[in-house]
Structure formats: structure tokens, C-alpha cells
Design a binder for this molecule. Structure first.
Ligand SMILES: Nc1nc2c(c(=O)[nH]1)N[C@H]1C(S)=C(S)[C@@H](COP(=O)(O)O)O[C@H]1N2
Ligand SMILES: [Mo]
Length: 535
């Protein structure tokens, strides 16, 4: 026994490795067939997407914040990568299980498949066929693994016999069959399965991404001309290199959402339902909405996740219809205090009813952004924009419904995840230039940035160099109280290192809060202080 133990163990490890490879091939087969079927019958039910979306919804909040802080806008790629790794490991494990404890490997695949089916059927926007991709994938994977491991076992047993190990009663039945043949049959099946899975799976995923017809529909869409346009004052924009432009171009506008892939909503089939505590439930189509008359509104959007000095804020000219006009069609009832807006992707936001019915506040359903239809990532074809409220409680993209309700009765997506049900934007100011790590030459220079206090307006911005007195900055003429203003300070920079601190004062006389607060539960506070190296 001692004489053969080493080669036997080596051979066993080799067969375990091949079993793992067969498992991975079966896993790839699952994904490939599921992608192909999803492409054909239910695009949104691709298990890669539905399971990924499920994971996004269930990962604990601190982990989510860590992911966003560490990987930034690549957080979803990292999630997909992690998910891919988990699939590889789990598939390999199912192959090994199937070799050593059949049929546990098949059972494990079946369970994983059932979980994927559940993820597909419970997603918002699931259709009648949402179960099919994962079921077809599971079927393929189970058949592949069963067949591949059967061949592997034949190869192994034959090899053992050849080596004279493990030959027992009855083992002679196949004695003249060469293990080479079984080896070849196993390798052929596994190899062909893996290769075709890669080709079919990648092909289906690429085809699905490339044939998005919604981008073409958006490109062909002509919105009616606005009844009124935003008047941008002549001194609204300061000319300082490195300063954020007054209007953020769509391509540079920050994007924050929980969607793993951008939802595809066709305006010709888009419906908005307004229900809940209303006198009459109503439904509008896209044409109904735009024929109510479109006006332009300049509003600065801000994310609750914006840290002091951060870039999750942008200013755009939106084209849309006041939410109050739409609510008036349905007739909100007494006792209601909140509107729960819903997206096709399952996201919801809770907005105080009075912020939407207030004549003084231009809460809108937007269909256009900076002169074009909403970009797909920014909510095409219809989103909400409410001046003065953080995006997560107001700015629902890919809007599909408005339910008039109460804060006592309903809660929105982020409420059980550690964020306040109500969240007005906190006044803040930011230094755009000079940037830390970019030394400036000594002499006259300019410090500049933006400041916002939506619905209130910025009265002044002050800058402090080192421990000197606060100096008033020059402000651009604001477009309105809902948009940010640009500010600049001319400064005679002396060589050395300096700190510049900025703070804003609102038109209501309030000074930007100095005390630092984290983004959760309702937005960061603090003064930005930046290091300037003068050479
Ligand atoms: N459907 C949907 N709408 C959404 C979100 C989301 O995750 N899903 N995120 C909200 C948040 S947190 C913000 S800050 C704004 C961001 O809008 P933007 O991506 O157009 O900048 O969208 C809001 N609307
Ligand atoms: Mo946000």
C-alpha cells in the first residue's frame, strides 16, 4: 500500500480537478443557455442581471457604502466580477460533489437554478416568461454535468483498473476498454461544452446590449418646443479655468442609481399611473404628458451621498410638466402627506405631498435635459425633479407611478436602509480650483468654485486663507434660487503651503454648518478646506 499511495493520491487529485472543470463547464452552459433564452423571450430575466440586482438589494448598507467609497462608479463592475468568481467556485464545487457524492452535485446545481428562477420572477418588471431563462439554463447544466461526470468516472475507473488498483468483483466487465477512450470522450464533451458556452453566452450578451432599440427610439424622438425657456442672466457664468461650468453637460452629469443595467422604457408604451388616496385613479401616456405643455426649469440636483467637496451634484435645464398639474387631475385626498414615486426598476422615493403641490416650488416630471430627451441613464423617458430635496427622496428615474399616501403607511427604497424618509438638501459650497496636488505659481491667482442652497438661494460665499479673516467672494448672477452659483476670489499667493476654507451664507441669513456630519442619514455637513501649494 505504501508503495502506491503517492501515485494514487496524485491521480485522485487529478480527477477531482477534472470534476471541478466539468462543473465550471456546466456552470458556463447554464449562463450561456440562460442568456440565449433571455435574449429571445425575456431580456430583463437574464440571471446575471436578476441575481446581481438581488444582491444589490440585500447587501448590508455599510458594505454598499464601502463599495461605493472604494470603487466609485466601478462598483457595479466589481459586483459582477465578484458574482462571476462565486459562480466559478460554486460550479467547481458542484462538479467535485457530483464525482464523490452523486447526485449531490446535480442537486446543488438544481438549488442554485431555483434561486436564479426566484430572482428572475421577483424582479420589478418581471414578465410571464421570466422563469424560462433560468429553468432552461438549469436543465442544460444538470444534463451536462451528469453526462460529463459519468464519462469522467468511466475514465477514472478504467485508469484504476489499468493500474491494478481498485479492481474488485465485477470490475472486469469493461476490462478490455481502454481508459484512453473514456478520457477522450470526457475531454471532448467538457471542452466542446465550455467553448460553445463561451461563444453562445458572450454572443447573446453582446447581441442583447447592441440591439437596444431604445437608444434609437430616443434618437428619433422630437419633443415639442418649450412654451417658456430659462433666461440665463448675462453674468451667470464666470470665466475661470478649472471652475465647473454653470450648466453641467449631460455626459458629465453624475449618475447614481441601483440599476445594474439601464432600464429600457419605450415612450410609446410608457404609462404613468397616479393612484392611492386620490379622488380618481388616472393613467397617462407619454403623448398625454407632453401635450400638457412643456416648460424649462433650471434645477441643481444633489445626491445625499455627496461628501463635503464632492462631485455628486450637477446643474441642468430640465424640460417638463409640474407635478402639481398631474396630481390635480387625480385629486389628492385630505389626510395624505406623501407621494411614493415608483420606477420600472423597483426603486421608490417618498416625497412630501406639499413639496409637490406647492405653487412656489417647481417640482416637475422631466422629459428633457439640456436641450435633448433625457439620456437613458438619467431616466428616459420620464423622471421626477424636485428643487431642494436630495435625489433619493425625489428624483425617481424611469418613472412608472405616483401613489398618494402617508409617511405612516408607506416607506421608500432607502428608508429601511439607514436614510431619513425626508431629506431637504443642505446648503453647501465647494472649491473647484486650485485642486489639491496641483501647485500654483506665486503671485495673483484665483480660487473658485460653486455653492448651492436650493429653494433659498445663496446670499454670499466667504473664503478664509489660513487663519486670516473671511473674505467675501465674487458671485455669478444666479439663474434662480434652485441653481448653484459660481464664486471666485482673487488672491495674491505667497510661496509656501496654505489652507483655503469656504463657506456659504443663504438668502435666509443662515451660515453653512461648520460641524462635520456623515452622509447618512440625511446628508453631509462641514466646510471644505483645501491645501494649496504655492511655488
Ligand atoms: N429609478 C431610480 N431613480 C433614482 C435612483 C435610483 O437608484 N433608481 N437614485 C436616485 C438618487 S439617489 C439620485 S441622487 C438621483 C441621481 O440622478 P442622476 O443619476 O440623473 O444624477 O436619482 C435618483 N433617482
Ligand atoms: Mo442620491
Amino acid at each position: 500500500m505504501a508503495r502506491t499511495s503517492r501515485p494514487v493520491r496524485g491521480a485522485r487529485l487529478r480527477f477531482l480537478a477534472w470534476a471541478a472543470a466539468a462543473g465550471i463547464a456546466a456552470g458556463a452552459g447554464f449562463l450561456a443557455v440562460a442568456e440565449l433564452v433571455a435574449l429571445l423571450v425575456a431580456r430583463t430575466a437574464s440571471p446575471v442581471l436578476t441575481v446581481g440586482a438581488f444582491v444589490i438589494d440585500v447587501v448590508p448598507q455599510p458594505l454598499k457604502e464601502f463599495a461605493i467609497a472604494t470603487f466609485g462608479e466601478a462598483d457595479k463592475l466589481v459586483l459582477l466580477g465578484g458574482l462571476g468568481l462565486a459562480v466559478v467556485v460554486a460550479s467547481a464545487a458542484s462538479g467535485i460533489l457530483q464525482l464523490v457524492r452523486p447526485p449531490l452535485g446535480l442537486l446543488a446545481l438544481g438549488l442554485a437554478g431555483a434561486a436564479a428562477v426566484a430572482a428572475g420572477m421577483t424582479r420589478a418588471g418581471a414578465s410571464g416568461w421570466s422563469w424560462l431563462p433560468a429553468v432552461a439554463g438549469t436543465f442544460t447544466a444538470v444534463l451536462l454535468l451528469r453526462e460529463a461526470v459519468a464519462r469522467l468516472r468511466a475514465w477514472r475507473d478504467g485508469a484504476r483498473q489499468h493500474a491494478g488498483v481498485g479492481a474488485g468483483p465485477g470490475a472486469g466487465a469493461d476490462a478490455d476498454r481502454s481508459p484512453r477512450l473514456d478520457r477522450r470522450r470526457f475531454l471532448a464533451l467538457t471542452g466542446v461544452a465550455a467553448a460553445s458556452a463561451v461563444v453562445v453566452g458572450l454572443g447573446a450578451r453582446l447581441a442583447s446590449a447592441a440591439t437596444s432599440s431604445i437608444e434609437a427610439i430616443r434618437g428619433a424622438l422630437r419633443l415639442p418646443a418649450p412654451r417658456s425657456v430659462v433666461a440665463v442672466p448675462s453674468c451667470a457664468e464666470l470665466d475661470v479655468p478649472g471652475l465647473s461650468p454653470l450648466i453641467t453637460p449631460n455626459a458629465e452629469f453624475y449618475r447614481v442609481d441601483t440599476a445594474l443595467t439601464v432600464p429600457e422604457v419605450d415612450p410609446s408604451t410608457w404609462r404613468l399611473a397616479v393612484d392611492g388616496l386620490v379622488d380618481r385613479r388616472i393613467e397617462l401616456g407619454f403623448d398625454d404628458l407632453v401635450s400638457m405643455g412643456l416648460d424649462e426649469y433650471a434645477v441643481t440636483l444633489t445626491c445625499v451621498s455627496n461628501e463635503v467637496g464632492g462631485d455628486l451634484v450637477g446643474n441642468a435645464i430640465w424640460l417638463g410638466v409640474p407635478v402639481r398639474d398631474i396630481l390635480a387631475l387625480a385629486g389628492p385626498q385630505a389626510g395624505a402627506d406623501m407621494v411614493l414615486s415608483r420606477s420600472v426598476d423597483g426603486f421608490t422615493a417618498s416625497t412630501p405631498l406639499d413639496a409637490l403641490t406647492d405653487d412656489e416650488r417647481d417640482a416637475i416630471l422631466a422629459v428633457g435635459m439640456n436641450g435633448e430627451p433625457l439620456p437613458l441613464e438619467h431616466g428616459f423617458p420620464v423622471r421626477m425633479v424636485v428643487p431642494g430635496l436630495y435625489g433619493y427622496v425625489s428624483a425617481t428615474k424611469w418613472l412608472s407611478g405616483l401613489t398618494v399616501t402617508t409617511f405612516a403607511e408607506d416607506e421608500a427604497y432607502w428608508t429601511p436602509r439607514g436614510y431619513s424618509a425626508e431629506a431637504p438638501i443642505k446648503m453647501s459650497s465647494r472649491i473647484d480650483t486650485p485642486k489639491p496636488g496641483r501647485p500654483v505659481p506665486a503671485g495673483p491667482t484665483v480660487i473658485a468654485g460653486v455653492a448651492w442652497a436650493q429653494t433659498v438661494g445663496i446670499e454670499r460665499v466667504e473664503v478664509r486663507i489660513d487663519d486670516e479673516d473671511w473674505r467675501p467672494a465674487t458671485l455669478s448672477t444666479p439663474i434662480n434660487a434652485d441653481t448653484w452659483v459660481q464664486w471666485m476670489l482673487e488672491w495674491d499667493a505667497a510661496p509656501g503651503t496654505h489652507y483655503a476654507t469656504v463657506r456659504a451664507v443663504g438668502r435666509d441669513g443662515r451660515v453653512q454648518v461648520e460641524e462635520r456630519a456623515p452622509i447618512a442619514p440625511d446628508g453631509s455637513t462641514g466646510w471644505q478646506r483645501t491645501l494649496i501649494t504655492v511655488t
